[in-house]
Design a protein around this ligand. Sequence first.
Ligand code: CAA
Length: 325
Amino acid sequence: MNQGNWNLETVHGEIFRLEKLSCSPFIAAQIMKVLEKSNPSTTDLAKWISLDQVLTARILKLANSHYYGYSKHISTLNLAIITITREKALNALSPDVVTELTTAIAELELDDDAPVIALTGAGDKAFVAGADIAAMRDMNPMEAVAFSEMGANLCQAMETSSKTYIAAVNGFALGGGCEVALACDFVYASTKAKLGQPEVKLGIIPGFGGTQRLPRVIGLGPALELLATGRHVKADEALRLGLVNHVYAADQLLPEARKLADTIAANGPIAVRYAMEAALKGRSLPMDEALWYEANLFGLISSTADMKEGMRAFLEKRKAEFRDE
Ligand code: CAA
């Protein structure tokens, strides 16, 4: 999480949103992350962010009871950042964390200000080191099925979202962590990222969609090798395999995600959604049906005001002003 971009103005911006969202625990958690260095008392915090003490106490309580928070980069209004904050366990996905992430994603789905969402891990060591092994150890088969479905639903929600997801892989992305990254539209990795599906080393298989998405993303041969060996892949090899889109220095991951968000936000929003939807849905369709699907979306988008604006702007040699209509 790039704390450098936060200041009091940002906190006020988030408070405004917080009120709109009836004190979302995720924003509360993020505010606390911003303020945690000074560890303020409820009274100081209330004074600082101009809120009444009851609401501030609630923020503190909510913030302290959650594993992760999300923040939005408000200077451009284009990017929301979800930071999984469970650093002690290398951001491992317990059932609670999966539930909270699923809620955050559903909440952001309704946020018109953030077409692009970056997902990253707290600390400098891990994106997500996998599903929580301690939690899984005692699961019976039915509980394991339910947990697998929870993770799969989380990944499916990201993949089918109208938003664009970027995994900012700032360290280990193993097992469930790699699966969450695979469900994102783009994967940006830091130079020290390590990705892989090491489940077989634990005597289990991937349970959040890895056996299906990995071959679709990097091809069957390389995927089978990673699934069967469980070996970790460093950033440069991950780039060669097509498992990640770009590799950057760790401190450039979120700035690069912001640049991507701004680039995407300058395009026709419906066009971005449809182009990505056609590509993703088409993957599981026979070619003739996939082309038919694309043609229909092409027809549908020709009915939008943004299509007219985009073409008019080109012919008038000016920048298009899209309105998501
Ligand atoms: N679940 C729970 N706790 C985890 C964890 C995980 N997936 N990964 C790391 N941790 C915990 C460790 O137990 C340790 O906790 P303590 O300090 O309390 O002992 C802490 O995080 C730090 O980890 P390490 O001491 O192991 O750190 P390291 O630098 O020596 O090694 C690592 C880092 C290589 C990532 C190593 O932690 C590791 O191999 N983790 C497990 C990776 C893994 O197997 N992931 C797949 C999980 S199964 C899965 O995800 C199934 C699925 O698809 C649903």
